[in-house]
Design a protein around this ligand. Sequence first.
Ligand SMILES: C[S@@+](CC[C@H](N)C(=O)[O-])C[C@H]1O[C@@H](n2cnc3c(N)ncnc32)[C@H](O)[C@@H]1O
Length: 324
Amino acid sequence: MTVRPDDPAPHPHATAAEVEAAFEDTKLAQVLYHDWEAETYDDKWSISYDERCIEYARGRFDAAVGEADLPYERALELGCGTGFFLLNLMQSGIAKTGSVTDLSPGMVKVALRNAEHLGLDVDGRVADAETIPYDDDTFDLVVGHAVLHHIPDVEQSLRECLRVLKPGGRFVFAGEPTTVGNFYARNLGNITWKATTAITKLPFLRDWRRPQEELDESSRAAALEAVVDLHTFDPTQLEDMARSAGAVDVAAHTEEFAAALWGWPVRTFEAAVPDEKLTFGYRMAMYRAWLGLSWVDENVMSRVVPRQFFYNAMITGVKPAAGK
Ligand SMILES: C[S@@+](CC[C@H](N)C(=O)[O-])C[C@H]1O[C@@H](n2cnc3c(N)ncnc32)[C@H](O)[C@@H]1O
């Protein structure tokens, strides 16, 4: 594990004054919010480094890129979080060596620890995706998952990706919310949260109610979430932005329609009730239902529903070969 001694240390316990300041400073909000959740992030989002998540990460890459000449020699991840995307892609054979970067020191620390446990050849550093601290023409592949919507100037970040990519190198970003998808996901989530926390006030459902301090903490986190979530995307606008940054072979793709309409209420319900109420059998049933609906989305909905109605957007593009 390569830890850079000059990188800032994780700061998981923000003071009230820092949280107050974060409402006016989106990058401070990113660091506080993501440092705070770094150590529990994998559990919260059911992230693992086994077949389930390897297949998921690889599925997103294949959906965005199609056929590719693998493995890439050297890959970079922006906004790596705990390493979910790049570490699982590397396990699936996408790249030989990797560099994980994130604005949150806590996330870089956990990502490097995860990489070490998996025996992957990965280094990492704290970095802002708008000013990537690597030389021009360094990487063969740049990836990111659920990060672009947090970056104030997305086009600047794509320009930076192209700068650090070698000519002919590719970037792939997945897991970005579409504008329409985000509208129905947020609303379904809010309705589910309000309904679940109201119904569990009934005396005979008290067992299903999480302690009030935990519910209050989730509401405070949700308030900060509104500060860190900066954008939603229309797939065509994403393509225009990537071209305007200088990329060629640009393509956006979207997925998850029925799966998102069903999945957001389920995920919100799960966050609103005590963990011990959700049995292994329940979780497996929900996962299988999500897989089934994803199949319906891929094989049926994608033929009849316009792409901007799907929840998840991904974008890929290539750095023009030298002289082009
Ligand atoms: C929603 S999390 C996703 C983490 C991980 N990629 C995943 O899919 O599990 C977004 C991550 O982007 C990071 N981030 C936010 N703004 C950033 C920026 N300007 N530069 C680099 N990372 C950033 C956050 O610290 C956080 O770890």
